[in-house]
Design a protein around this ligand. Structure first.
Ligand code: GDP
Length: 445
């Protein structure tokens, strides 16, 4: 249905030859396509425009990474910038529900998936966080909606407030609060009434319930397929009721999820969860990179980004090797080395790949290197100042004490690390002289 953005871009960039850095023209051409992709994904025009402008400033002049095309590189920059905008602060799944009974208010339009999401979330809180949850439907306009919540509650084993005919929403909210306190519940969830469109009645009712319940979280449930409209709905609810987070439903459908970006950009509210189906466990915490890939319309974005990342890392490693054979091996290099080792399955694995390192691999083995040791060494380096990392020779007794204490270790641990650093440095220099770096280069291929 949608043309893949990477296909589009490859067309644009086939004609370009590679240069050292992304030129303004390259970036502009690529971003024109990006903007179309955003609009197709239902991102609102002003948000798409702003976003593209921001990325343009960021991308122009960036060094071109080897082995990916400029187009791919622009996509990666765009992808990372999208993730940046989409990501809220902290863990989206962590709700403020510490002081029991904590009220959660669920608001949204009719048909957005509010009742379903209420039950899904209740199930999640019960199963994953061991909370005792009480659910109450305040939808007095539609008795069927109250029944629906009761049925879902039975299905997932979560209590619902008994239905009392003729009660108004505020009275129900009060009763839910009392019942939650008396019954020793950790959380009570209020599923408010929806309407097909926002109207004054709906807002007034939700506000009255809010004033009674004083919710810790007010979650706005929005149909992820509605696109443009979602932004108006979110703005309105947030202005009038005050929203602490958004749940996007129907993200299992064909929609590209542009609403997520628009909503986040316009309201600044974090997206907390996404609904991925009708089943009760089809609710996941929001992951910005997934939606970013979707908005850009490319399933292969992750692979692409990883490839670019690998290339960047390889270039970094190459630079480090060059520094090492020149004898410029400081604590930053060592840290990068250690982190790389963690990734590559420890020191032994890595050493065994380098010619001339057999003896050292053995020493390493004897020293009992494992992930825990590597992590402790990295912690020691993190505890150093910038200056100390660049010039480890300045480390005297008082500095050593401070660094070790900062990492929760002994000075003797730090001395071991420094010794290793010296030995590695010496070894690198020798190898550098022996083979003018040829061997290392080979080992890196
Ligand atoms: P409410 O009027 O806002 O309470 O909406 P409901 O919870 O009754 O949901 C309306 C319909 O959407 C129901 O048929 C749900 O099963 C369905 N629904 C809700 N969330 C999702 C979702 O994430 N994905 C899909 N495919 N359907 C959903």
């Amino acid at each position: 249905m949608f043309e893949n953005l990477s296909e589009r871009l490859s067309g644009v960039f086939d004609r370009l030859t590679k240069q050292g850095a992304l030129s303004e023209e390259d970036v502009k051409t690529a971003l024109r396509e990006v903007r179309v992709a955003l609009l197709e994904a239902d991102v609102s025009l002003p948000v798409a425009r702003d976003f593209v402008k921001k990325v343009q400033d960021q991308a122009t002049g960036q060094a071109v990474t080897k082995s990916v095309t400029p187009g791919q590189q622009v996509v990666k920059i765009v992808h990372d910038a999208l993730v940046d905008v989409l990501r809220g602060e902290g863990d989206p799944g962590a709700l403020k529900i510490d002081s029991p009974p904590a009220p959660i208010l669920m608001v949204g339009l009719q048909g957005s998936g509010k009742t379903t999401t209420t039950a899904k979330l209740a199930k999640r809180l019960t199963e994953r966080e061991g909370k005792r949850v009480l659910m109450a439907s305040l939808d007095t306009n539609r008795p069927a909606a109250m029944e629906q919540l009761a049925i879902l509650g039975k299905q997932i084993g979560v209590d619902t407030l008994p239905i009392v005919k003729g009660e108004d929403p505020v009275a129900i909210a009060k009763r839910a609060k009392t019942q939650a306190s008396l019954g020793g519940y950790d959380v009570y969830m209020l599923d408010t009434a929806g309407r097909l469109h926002i109207d004054a009645d709906l807002i007034a009712q939700a506000a009255a319930v809010r004033d009674v319940a004083n919710p810790r979280e007010t979650l706005l449930v929005v149909d992820g397929l509605t696109g443009q409209d979602a932004v108006n709905v979110a703005t309105e609810f947030d202005d009038k009721i005050g929203v602490t987070g958004v749940v996007l439903t129907r993200m299992d459908g064909d929609g590209r999820g542009g609403a997520a970006l628009s909503m986040r950009a316009v309201t600044g509210k974090p997206i907390r969860f996404v609904g991925l189906g009708e089943k009760m466990d089809a609710l996941e915490t929001f992951e910005p990179d997934r939606i970013a890939g979707r908005i850009l319309g490319m399933g292969d974005i992750v692979a692409l980004v990883e490839k670019a990342q690998e290339t960047i890392e390889a270039e970094q490693a190459e630079r480090m090797m060059r520094r090492m054979v020149k004898g410029q091996f400081n604590m930053n290099d060592l840290r990068m080395q250690l982190e790389q080792m963690l990734k590559m399955g420890g020191m032994e694995g890595m050493m065994s790949m380098m010619p001339g390192m057999g003896k050292m691999a053995k020493q390493v083995e004897e020293a009992g290197f494992d992930d825990k040791v590597l992590k402790r060494q990295i912690a020691l380096i993190q505890s150093m100042t910038k200056k100390e990392r660049a010039n480890p020779q300045i480390l005297q007794a008082s500095r050593k004490k401070r660094i070790a204490a900062g990492a929760g270790m002994e000075v003797s641990d730090l001395n071991k690390l420094l010794k290793m650093h010296r030995q590695m440095g010496d070894m690198m220099k020798k190898i550098g002289k022996m083979g003018k770096g040829k061997m290392l280069k080979q080992a890196m291929k």
